[in-house]
Design a protein around this ligand. Structure first.
Ligand code: PLP
Length: 384
């Protein structure tokens, strides 16, 4: 069905704008291993994002894996169950033990108070996620980390371009990791980056992503191959020219949703603080009991009308079979995360989504809410 509306659609500049970049690559015959475009994109992103150093990666998952290696994390890592599964998978791939802490009911991000309660002698790090691009409580998390001597690694896969009080959110913690996957706000088809704050750490990360090579004949670590290639880096440079427009479009779409959804009972939208300049990466809506039908029923109803919403993040990571056995994976330890995972529905939002599409989406939501209201009225009038 070409009438379907998907939850997202990748940002793709006009093809003809990309051809000159490809011609340069064919001329240079340098395809990877830190070519010109790779260097240029690292510099351009550092400037655009307002951070010190950017280390480009083939994808966000390899960047997370490598960031954990770079910080030499061991033992237990306290993290959020309310995320994409890659967050915790990278802990298991490093032989680390994930410890799931419950989330804050307003931001859906890890709750620093719950983090503190879960610290043991084996804890070496906290791995929070800026979920949907909304910043974590970075100050409280750093306070806890400082008191207990823990590292902080942010999974910032959703947080491209997000600022708090005019400063990039990526400057917090020891390291932050971005994803440039096709579905993210800024994409290089596949790609990712580690953000770090000093040149020595960048050097070490650059060794780790290239087999541990520190020169032609010297290997200093059991590194991996996680390099971004020149085609992806060139595409990133082109994307950067379009990103401000894309972010503005996302904001306008989000504002339009707020207007269209105004007055529908039983929907809760994110409450993003005024001091945050958000990227509108997602449009999560909580379907509360007052809405009348369940989140899953609304999801199915929309799907049957060709509107393919997603239940990010349901199921919780802690509910997947390989995570169920960990100490705090059970429901009673994670009440907020479980509640939100049962209620959340992410509506389509991406540059190029039309106003008529948004109207069609909200029409279905309103129709479902109204049909419930009618049934309730009929029941109370003795009609059913
Ligand atoms: C997308 C995503 C990742 C993984 O990034 P890839 O580039 O797809 O490997 C990790 N964490 C979160 C929260 C994500 O959304």
């Amino acid at each position: 069905m070409d009438n379907n509306i998907f939850v997202t659609s990748p940002l793709l500049p006009p093809l003809e704008e990309f051809i000159p970049y490809l011609e340069k690559i064919w001329q240079n015959r340098i395809l990877t291993n830190g070519g010109t475009f790779h260097q240029q994109l690292e510099d351009a992103l550092a400037e655009y994002l307002g951070v010190k150093y950017v280390c480009l990666f083939a994808n966000g998952t390899l960047a997370l894996l490598t960031a954990l290696q770079a910080l030499r994390i061991t033992g237990e890592v306290i993290t959020t169950p309310y995320s994409f599964v890659a967050t915790s998978h990278t802990l298991l791939w490093n032989g680390l033990t994930p410890v799931f802490a419950d989330i804050d009911p307003l931001t859906y991000n890890i709750n620093p108070e719950r983090v503190e309660e879960l610290i043991t002698p084996q804890t070496t790090a906290i791995m929070p996620v800026h979920c949907y691009g909304v910043p974590c409580d970075v100050d409280k998390i750093q306070q806890v980390a400082d008191v207990y001597g823990l590292k902080v690694l942010y999974d910032a896969a959703h947080a491209f371009g997000v600022k708090k009080n005019g400063v990039s959110i990526l400057n917090h913690g020891d390291l932050s990791v971005l994803s440039f996957h096709a579905t993210k706000v800024f994409n290089t088809f596949e790609g990712g980056a580690i953000i770090c704050h000093d040149a020595r750490t960048k050097q070490r990360i650059d060794y780790l992503k290239n087999f541990g090579f520190a020169g032609e004949t010297r290997v200093v670590a059991p590194g991996i191959n996680a390099k971004m290639n020149e085609v992806e880096a060139a595409f990133g440079l082109l994307q950067l020219k379009h990103i401000d427009q894309a972010l503005a479009e996302r904001q306008a779409l989000y504002q339009h949703y707020l207007k269209l959804l105004d007055g529908v009972a039983g929907l809760s939208l994110l409450d993003v603080p005024d001091d945050v300049s958000w990227n509108h990466a997602y449009c999560p809506v909580l379907i509360e009991p007052e809405f009348g039908i369940s989140r899953n029923a609304l999801y199915d109803a929309m799907k049957s009308e060709g509107i393919l919403t997603r239940r990010y993040f349901y199921p919780l990571i802690s509910s997947f079979s390989m995570y169920r056995g960990f100490a705090t994976s059970q429901k009673e330890h994670l009440p907020c995360a479980n509640e939100i995972a049962e209620k959340v529905l992410c509506l389509p939002i991406y540059p190029g989504l039309e106003r008529e599409d948004q109207q069609r989406i909200v029409d279905v939501i309103r129709r479902m809410a109204r049909s419930v209201a009618n049934n309730v009225a009929m029941i109370s009038a003795g009609g059913l």
